[in-house]
Ligand binder design. Structure first.
Ligand code: 13P
Length: 334
């Protein structure tokens, strides 16, 4: 695939007023989400839940793509239509999570490195056949006493760059996600410094590995106060610091940046995105790739009655997509 074709996909992912819904929870992660609402974690329940999400009427009004998990990209609706066909027919790009999770980084206590490079070329070739247009790899950076170390930051950046280069070779747009966790009592300035170091390392590694930024999307965490920090920065400050940090580190040739919600409330996630889009002169579209902040409300409704509450849950999915779509334009009214 040519770089122009990759660039077209990347631009479609961040089309004005549209964002991504992340439904790529691993079986272990969806188990936690289901447990919180009393749903048994069976393959059929996961399938039915994701069918509810993906068949939300008119979802593509505000959603350009959805990130799937390995199991999900192989699944179909109750009526036997592959999810990827449902998505392509609706104008929603299929994405796929290709990392195999963050594991303890040897020699660096308390830190993680994301695995999944072994065999990735072959797995990507299969995902292309299954219809994937973009992929996601999530690196996890923890803030704590004396961490993150440069070793952790650079190891994760290196893995992200190798993954991104393999994606482009396969004709898939890489979504590179270095998540700086909100966990901890650190202040927003600490989050800024760590995020800046992480993004600098990432873009240096992408350059070293000949990744074409025109065919790549950044999935970023916001610059925000740690969850347990006694002083919580307000939305205006989160927006200002996040955009400043991104402007200082992310080349303008990147087609777009989407954010993860990372444990923010639905309202915070939308408000922060909206606030950023009200700032003038951002060099890239800023949109969303939310998991929890797109799904939490709908999951609760669906879980109460997975057979009869589908339409009501879908209304909530659509409403969250609309709110975040408006926030991607800076037009959310609260
Ligand atoms: P959250 O929005 O729930 O953080 O999930 C986004 C995601 O895909 C993290 O990798």
């Amino acid at each position: 695939m040519s770089i122009e074709e990759l660039a077209d996909i990347a631009q479609a992912m961040v089309a004005p007023g549209k964002g991504i819904i992340a439904i790529d929870e691993s079986t272990a992660t969806i188990a936690k989400r289901f447990a919180s609402v009393g749903v048994e974690n069976t393959e059929e329940n996961r399938r039915a839940y994701r069918e509810m999400l993906l068949t939300t009427p008119n979802l593509s009004d505000y959603i350009s793509g959805a990130i799937l998990y390995d199991e999900t990209i192989r699944q179909s609706t109750r009526d036997g239509v592959p999810f990827t066909k449902i998505m392509m027919d609706a104008g929603i790009l299929p994405g796929i999570k290709v990392d195999t999770g963050a594991k303890p980084l040897a020699g660096c206590p308390g830190e993680l490195v994301t695995e999944g490079l072994d065999g990735l070329r072959e797995r990507l070739a299969e995902y292309v056949k299954l219809g994937a247009k973009f992929a996601k790899w999530r690196a996890v950076i923890t803030i704590g006493e004396d961490i993150p170390t440069g070793t952790c930051i650079d190891s994760n950046a290196h893995a992200l760059a190798r993954y991104a280069a393999l994606c482009q070779e396969a004709g898939i747009v890489p979504m590179v996600e270095p998540e700086v966790l909100m966990d901890g009592d650190h202040d927003i300035d600490t989050c800024y410094d760590v995020t800046e170091a992480v993004l600098r390392s990432l873009f240096a590694a992408l350059y070293e590995h000949n990744v074409m930024l025109e065919g790549c999307i950044l999935k970023a965490s916001m610059v925000i106060s740690g969850k347990d920090c006694p002083e919580q920065a307000d939305a205006e400050e989160v927006a200002a610091q996040t955009v400043h940090c991104l402007k200082a580190t992310v080349p303008a040739t990147l087609p777009g940046i989407v954010f993860l919600s990372g444990g923010q409330s639905d309202e915070q996630a939308t408000r922060h995105l909206n606030e950023m889009n009200q700032l003038e002169g951002n060099p890239w579209p800023l949109s969303f790739s939310y998991g929890r902040a797109m799904q939490a409300a709908a999951l609760k409704i669906w879980a109460k009655d997975p057979v009869n509450n589908v339409a009501e849950a879908q209304k909530t999915v659509y409403a969250r997509a609309r709110e975040n779509g408006l926030a991607a334009l800076g037009e959310w009214q609260g």
